[in-house]
Every structure is written in structure tokens, then in C-alpha cells.
Design a protein. Structure first.
Length: 169
């Protein structure tokens, strides 16, 4: 187990038992779609679920796993041009007035590029601004999955966890 996996932050997040009945139905359908490897459908269900329950960290984690699996199974195009910078810029502007909306916008970018550095770093900032530091931790851990020795991200993760360790749950 990597060092950053051993660090824990004591923060409140929604769990499956906290979901409304409608949200739980979306969650169960998404899990079934993942098992069937229907990643597009699972992603759309999970994105809808996270619009309703943005603090549901387990749903966000499953969404990222589905996006990574979809990206790995997709055929690579020679002329594949990233639209992530445009999405990140739009989310940056939105973050100033509505960080929760910026989180939603960044999830659209991360659907196509789950390990996009700028999108994940901005997701961390937007999540913290929205009052969801545990989602910020998740964004940094996502970056560390691809680059586990990224010292800047490791330091940022340590700072974030240290800053939010003593907050009540």
C-alpha cells in the first residue's frame, strides 16, 4: 500500500445508506452496468447521481474507475485533439461564483481524460471551495494513481489532509 493510501482524513461524506431511494436506484443500476462492462451507461448514471448527491464519494470513485476503464478500452485515434483545456477554463471561470457547478463541469472533462492534471487540480480547488475537502483528496489521489511519485501532488495532498484533519465530521 502506498504512503498516500495510508493517510486518512476524518471528513464527512455521504455513504450509500445516506442516499435517497431514487439515488440508490441509480447507484444500483450503475453498479450493474459496471459489472456488464457497459461503461458509457454506467458513466451517464453516475454523473446523474453525482448531480443529485455531489458528496457521495464512493459514487465519484466508481465513476472515475469506469472512466479509466472506458479510456483504456477505447481505440486511440491519430487525430485525437484534447478539449480538456477549454473545459478547464470554463470551470475556472465558474469556480469564482459557483464552485459546486465547477465540480460538475470538471467531471465532464474527466469523463474523457480521467487523469488530466489541470482538471484534477482544479477539481481539488473547487471541491474545497464547495466545502467538500474529501473530494479534493480524491482528485489528488487520482493524479497519484498515474504518477505515484509526483512530489508536488504528494505535498499538496499532505497539506490538504493536514488542514482538514481537525474539522468536525
Amino acid at each position: 500500500m502506498a504512503f498516500y493510501d495510508k493517510l486518512r482524513v476524518n471528513m464527512a461524506v455521504k455513504t450509500e445508506k445516506d442516499l435517497s431511494q431514487g439515488s440508490r436506484a441509480l447507484w444500483l443500476k450503475a453498479m450493474a452496468a459496471i459489472e456488464l462492462q457497459n461503461f458509457d451507461y454506467a458513466i451517464s448514471l453516475l454523473q446523474e447521481l453525482l448531480k443529485q448527491e455531489p458528496e457521495f464519494l464512493t459514487g465519484r470513485q466508481l465513476l472515475r474507475r469506469a472512466e479509466v476503464a472506458k479510456t483504456k478500452s477505447a481505440k486511440k485515434s491519430f487525430f485525437n485533439i484534447s478539449t480538456a483545456p477549454i473545459g478547464v477554463m470554463k470551470a475556472q471561470r465558474e469556480m469564482k461564483t459557483d464552485p459546486k457547478r465547477a465540480v460538475e463541469m470538471l467531471e465532464d472533462v474527466l469523463e474523457i481524460e480521467p487523469y488530466n492534471r489541470q482538471a484534477n487540480l482544479l477539481l481539488k480547488e473547487a471541491a474545497v471551495a464547495a466545502g467538500w475537502p474529501e473530494i479534493g483528496v480524491f482528485a489528488l489521489r487520482s493524479l497519484l494513481e498515474e504518477h505515484p511519485r509526483d512530489v508536488k501532488v504528494l505535498h499538496e495532498l499532505g497539506r490538504l489532509q493536514s488542514d482538514h484533519r481537525d474539522q468536525p465530521t
